[in-house]
Design a protein around this ligand. Structure first.
Ligand SMILES: Nc1ncnc2c1ncn2[C@@H]1O[C@H](COP(=O)(O)OP(=O)(O)OP(=O)(O)O)[C@@H](O)[C@H]1O
Length: 323
């Protein structure tokens, strides 16, 4: 048996360590249970998505609901996997940021939020096997230090297929793998796959006189699933899709001119100026729209709005100096 003095010393040591950890947690980000740094707030997320995200009613609904369900469940059956699809500049990265901010006090700067951009992190196709091992080690390492980790894979359509399949064990229905439990982590996959299909479908509905807000998930989800599956690259033929490990395919609709104008208004206000109708029009007329016959959608969504507003404001304020 263990001598009394030694076990008392052990208990005292553990208590001291716990006290130290608690103190450290009040100054530095930590992932302990009930950590003040990880306090999911789905009401804040809902408000952000309703007030700051324009023209994406399907995203608002699905994202908040699925996150809420996952976060409220202490023993989720698997990691949550959301796959964002759609035209460039529709808000996929924007929404990822809101998600990070609604879970972690430090938002995207949290040590538990990890962003992977395929073209930056895995540029050489021939090194797929090595990348895959690194990626697996890296995910395992991160989740073992914090189960509530958020992984954002941007441009997943450009990730070699073998690598995506390498993620599969972590998002599957396993209680643990080598002692690490992955079920509380969240994976976001971002891509343009399915973008043209979504645009075509929205345009078709527009032609039949159906309102954008009447478009439902049922109208688009199978389309994207098929798109993600058939289009070359990324999720193409991936086991993630074959085994239905993606929980929700979330379509981002192409943004129309009036949505872009809302983005312009927000940006002008953010810069401390008054968003007059003329100013908004001036910026929105600098954007490019398609298809040619009705100029319905912005080719770059709300991307580049910030720069364009910057130019137009500079022109308004200092234009005289250079004439
Ligand atoms: N639906 C939206 N509502 C409000 N602002 C938006 C929306 N979509 C995009 N923006 C603005 O445009 C910027 C660029 O959008 P974002 O990077 O999220 O697009 P994306 O869909 O990720 O594009 P890509 O496919 O090219 O990566 C955002 O930071 C945000 O300021």
């Amino acid at each position: 048996s263990v001598p009394l003095g030694v076990s008392a010393l052990g208990v005292a040591g553990a208590a001291l360590y716990a006290g130290f950890e608690k103190l450290r947690c009040s100054f530095y980000e930590c992932c302990a249970p009930r950590s003040p740094w990880i306090q999911p707030n789905m009401t804040a997320l809902n408000i952000a998505l309703t007030t700051r995200l324009h023209g994406q009613h399907l995203v608002q609904d699905t994202v908040t609901k699925s996150l809420k369900a996952h976060l409220q469940n202490d023993q989720p059956a698997k990691a949550l996997v959301l796959s964002f699809h759609g035209w460039t500049g529709g808000g996929k990265n924007f929404v990822s940021r809101f998600i990070a901010e609604s879970i972690y006090k430090l938002g995207m700067k949290s040590d538990y939020v990890h962003v992977f951009v395929s073209t930056v992190h895995f540029p050489h196709e021939q090194q797929t096997d090595i990348y895959k091992l690194h990626l697996q080690d890296w995910i395992r390492g991160n989740v073992s230090s914090c189960q509530r980790s958020l992984f954002i894979f941007d441009e997943i359509d450009k990730m070699p297929i073998g690598m995506i399949n390498g993620i599969k064990p972590f998002i599957d229905y396993h209680e643990n793998i080598d002692g690490v439990d992955f079920r509380r982590s969240i994976f976001l996959f971002l891509s343009n796959t399915g973008g043209p299909d979504i645009t075509r479908a929205v345009l078709k509905m527009w032609r039949t006189g159906k309102k954008r807000e009447e478009i439902t998930m049922l109208d688009l989800e199978p389309l994207i699933e098929r798109g993600a599956f058939n289009e070359e690259g990324g999720l193409h033929k991936s086991e993630l899709i074959q085994h239905s490990l993606v929980d929700h395919y979330i379509p981002f609709l192409p943004l129309e001119r009036h949505h872009v104008e809302l983005c312009i208004r927000d940006e002008i206000i953010r810069r401390g100026h008054t968003p007059t109708k003329e100013l908004i029009q001036k910026v929105s007329s600098e954007m490019v729209y398609f298809p040619p016959e009705n100029q319905l959608f912005s080719t770059t969504g709300c991307k580049r709005v910030a720069q364009k507003v910057g130019f137009v404001l500079a022109d308004e304020l200092y234009g005289d100096l250079f004439t």
